[in-house]
Design a binder for this molecule. Structure first.
Ligand SMILES: [Zn+2]
Length: 464
């Protein structure tokens, strides 16, 4: 079976690369919506091209008003393969052309070669291989091509308002071997007002801008304190926090800037939070006693620099299946006695309103802070390891790659986060940086073909 599948897919190499180039060369970045094009022209053009490719290979497509396209092969489909045709903006620093795919040393360079146009084609070629090798399936297979994954997955909201979910869903839009658990998320905003009297005080504080990033910069402006005194404290705190401080005086006020390391909130431990480092420094300055001083000191006690597991605010939680809770203190701004900030927590299965939301609410209340509005907790996405789709995918993975097949739990969300029973399978192999969302994104051509082979085998196992 494996040999049969592999040799068929290998005969498709040139066609595959031709089709991939025709998709990659279309800049399918979301733009302003137009009549009949909810994500603008680019994504709609890419879907039109995908429809042409599908037609060339003998498949009909259903177009869901340019939110998504769908190809179904066989009756009563049970397996949905989900990939997307939109891409993120190319950004800077490319040495290749982002929208003119080039092949070099077994790699295809261009935006979307891996994420996720390459992945989409793997699914299409897998369905074609199944048709050519095994004929009509007992239970059908369906490919869904979304056009809005990179900008919040509204494509799937629309698609699923028109279509039922299928028993099995696999999406090659993340990592191998397979992701069966995506942590839940709690991202509350908070605020607080405090008295700021006295001579030696904080005028303003500016930390990160988005909750889901570990802030790499922060700055504070203080008045009434001697610059040399601040520099001495800065040196001390710099050594402890491993961040860099710069101190400058202007019109009698002194601004201290801090440089840390940014990281995604799903992985806060790989960053170094400039905001919490700067708060540590502030609390070592000889400030006048007032509410703002107490508030900064409370924030340090709740979110000490270097802590990313929520211990101090009382939400350190973990379980065997999903690992530990992570907390990123991503945003803080202060001016005129008023604080506004936000957190981003990635929560394990054992987390709930009682042991996370209410605990934080109470701790905040003790210190004079409160939530802005009523923040909600996004639940964990979890599919048990003994689900047939997981057992099949991992068995195929081990057979085709020779690597160990195992389930992964992650802090981020994938394309299947809201699809019950859905799992992410591929497309990135561990150990390679495909520069997804960065400059010079590429795909390894043999790996794309391997993905197509594995998906063919999975279709055979689940549909025939
Ligand atoms: Zn993607």
């Amino acid at each position: 079976m494996k040999e049969k599948i592999c040799s068929y897919i290998d005969t498709q190499r040139d066609d595959f690369l031709r089709d991939l180039k025709s998709l990659v060369d279309i800049k399918s970045v979301r733009e302003e919506k137009k009549e009949g094009m909810p994500f603008g022209e680019g994504p709609a053009k890419a879907l039109k091209k995908a429809e042409e490719i599908a037609a060339f290979h003998g498949f009909d497509t259903v177009n869901f008003e340019n939110y998504a396209g769908e190809i179904t092969y066989g009756k009563d489909p049970v397996l949905m393969l989900l990939a997307h045709l939109d891409v993120v903006d190319e950004g800077d620093f490319w040495t290749y052309e982002p929208y003119n795919m080039k092949i070099e040393n077994g790699r295809a360079y261009g935006r979307g070669t891996t994420d996720d146009k390459g992945a989409m084609l793997c699914c299409l070629y897998a369905i074609k291989a199944a048709r050519e090798l095994f004929g009509e399936p007992k239970r059908g297979v369906r490919l869904v091509m979304g056009c809005g994954e990179e900008t919040g997955s509204e494509d799937m909201d629309y698609y699923f308002s028109k279509r039922e979910k299928l028993p099995y869903t696999l999406s090659p839009d993340a990592d191998y071997p397979l992701i069966n658990l995506e942590k839940g998320r709690f991202a509350p905003e908070f605020t607080g007002h405090f008295d700021n009297s006295g001579e030696k005080k904080i005028i303003s504080f500016s930390g990160g801008t988005t909750g889901n990033i570990v802030p790499c910069k922060a700055s504070v402006t203080v008045s009434g304190i001697n610059i040399d005194e601040i520099k001495t404290v800065a040196d001390e705190i710099s050594a402890i926090t491993k961040t860099e401080f710069s101190v400058a005086e202007e019109n009698g006020a002194i601004t201290v800037s801090c440089l840390g390391v940014s990281a995604h909130a799903a992985h806060p431990v790989s960053g170094n939070n400039a905001q919490t480092a700067l708060i540590t420094l502030i609390n070592r300055l000889p400030l006048s006693d007032n509410g703002v001083k107490s508030a900064f000191s409370a924030l340090e006690r709740l979110f000490p620099h270097g802590e990313t597991d929520g211990t101090s605010i009382g939400v350190k939680l973990q379980d065997e299946t999903s690992g530990e809770l992570t907390l990123n203190f991503g945003v803080l701004h202060f001016r005129d006695g008023c604080f506004r900030g936000s957190l981003d927590l990635r929560c394990p299965l054992c987390a709930n309103e009682e042991n996370v939301k209410n605990v934080i609410r109470n701790k905040f209340a003790e210190k004079g802070f409160s939530f802005v509005g009523e923040p909600s907790m996004i639940p964990v996405h979890f599919v048990p390891e003994d689900a047939p789709v997981i057992k099949t995918a991992l068995k195929v993975y081990e057979e085709y790659t020779g690597l160990k097949g195992e389930c992964l739990a992650i802090g981020g969300g994938t394309y299947v986060h809201d699809i019950e029973g859905g799992v992410a399978f591929g497309i990135e192999f561990h150990g390679t940086d495909y520069r997804i969302h960065g400059a010079d994104e590429f795909a390894v051509i043999d790996e794309l073909l391997l993905t197509a082979k594995m998906y063919t085998a999975i279709i055979y196992e689940l549909c025939y």
